[in-house]
Ligand binder design. Structure first.
Ligand SMILES: Nc1ncnc2c1ncn2[C@@H]1O[C@H](COP(=O)(O)OP(=O)(O)OP(=O)(O)O)[C@@H](O)[C@H]1O
Length: 245
């Protein structure tokens, strides 16, 4: 008998409602999905369709109004806020559009920061591997202000992976970069996450970025509006046009 593999990320009927003056806005209107361990999923959809809200609920940065977000078999919605923070620290990595590096810390210190904050010993072998993998060897002592946008995002990627998280969430990781640099940065993220066996979830507006994924999920008006398996950029663009991006 084969045992079903536990999904790395599971959403069950996730709804997220925001108060809006007297009324309410359904940013997510009941989304269910399973993401397999080691998979790379891109999330696309028109502006305001709920992509960031979905990512934040899945990652424990936001709490669903109803439904469940499950990471590695653990239902975040049953945990205390402290326990969610610990689970996030131990199992989840983040990359944002704004790199969020600490300006007065060196590249090496920024990469090690999640371990320092968690009181965990630095893993020098992994740190050296990551600096090599993201192409920042020799820049360990620079400050963020001395880096290009692409280099800064590669520091943020190394920082997201240094705790060996099971799942890496990235919200528009290439949004602030020109398309050539963005493609390079995405390639670094994908290759490194694959080498470390991590599950990768990327929100993007860029069909070329999404075309690197195993599966592209489309959102419209806070609901899942379909998906494509290993699509080309042209197929993705055509679907986005149908959704009236
Ligand atoms: N803190 C908030 N308070 C009220 N409404 C919010 C809040 N955050 C998001 N929303 C609303 O929820 C909906 C979904 O927002 P979300 O940021 O998830 O969309 P998105 O698809 O990521 O958009 P974009 O592509 O423009 O970044 C939008 O209508 C947005 O205005």
């Amino acid at each position: 008998m084969t045992r079903a593999v536990e999904p790395a990320v599971r959403l069950v009927q996730v709804r997220r409602t925001y108060r809006d003056g007297g009324g309410a806005v359904d940013a997510l209107g009941g989304v269910s999905l399973d993401l397999a361990p080691g998979s790379f999923t891109a999330i696309m959809g028109p502006s305001g369709s709920g992509k960031s809200t979905l990512l934040n609920c899945a990652a424990g940065l936001d709490t669903p109004t109803s439904g469940a977000a499950v990471i590695g078999g653990i239902n975040l919605t049953t945990l205390s806020p402290d326990a969610v923070t610990r689970l996030r620290r131990d199992r989840v990595g983040f990359v944002f559009q704004a790199y969020n590096l600490v300006a007065h810390l060196t590249v090496a210190e920024n990469v090690a920061l999640p371990l320092t904050l968690a009181g965990r010993a630095p893993d020098d072998r992994l740190r050296r591997y990551l600096m090599h993998a993201v192409g920042l060897e020799g820049m360990e002592h620079r400050l963020p202000g001395e880096l290009s946008g692409g280099q800064a995002q590669r520091v943020a990627i190394a920082r997201a992976l240094v705790t060996r998280p099971a799942v890496v969430f990235a919200d528009e990781p290439t949004g602030a970069l020109d398309s050539h640099t963005g493609a390079q940065v995405l390639d670094v993220l994908r290759t490194t996450a694959t080498a470390l066996g991590q599950t990768l979830v990327v929100v993007t507006h860029d069909a070329h970025v999404a075309a690197a994924a195993d599966r592209v999920l489309f959102l419209a008006d806070g609901r899942l509006a379909g998906w494509l398996e290993a699509p080309t950029a042209d197929e993705i663009s055509a679907r986005m046009t149908e959704l009236g991006r």
